[in-house]
Design a protein. Structure first.
Length: 123
């Protein structure tokens, strides 16, 4: 299995970490988790929002890695872009939770650019 495929697996766990952070509270209501999360504020709310964003971007990242492999793009670049995406998403999460919106937007943009690059190198 390539490093880029491992990156897909790693990225699939990042939203779970965000969810765990958001719910790390003795008052979490597992009977109505979405309603409970919708009532959160501050860093818990932002951790939930980061989780949601991770789920939104995951399919295009996974598709980019798979397409690059199918197209026999250079493995070095597939792996490098996938690892870059992982690092940027982790930094994005930190910026989101720490309420750094401009940095968060920059990191999101760079992450999406790395996904776009996966498709470009497949052309």
């Amino acid at each position: 299995m390539t490093l880029a495929f491992w990156a897909i697996l790693i990225v699939s766990f990042v939203p779970l970490v965000c969810s765990g952070l958001a719910k790390r509270d003795g008052s979490f209501d597992n009977a109505t988790p979405r309603a409970w999360l919708d009532r959160q504020t501050g860093w818990r709310q932002r951790a939930d929002w980061a989780q949601r964003n991770h789920y939104e971007v995951f399919p295009v990242f996974a598709a980019g890695v798979v397409v690059a492999h199918i197209a026999h793009a250079p493995q070095f670049w597939i792996d490098a872009l996938a690892v870059l995406f992982v690092l940027l998403r982790i930094a994005f999460t930190a910026a989101y939770i720490l309420d750094r919106p401009s940095l968060r937007s920059l990191l999101w943009s760079l992450g999406y650019a790395s996904v776009a690059a996966l498709f470009v190198i497949s052309a």
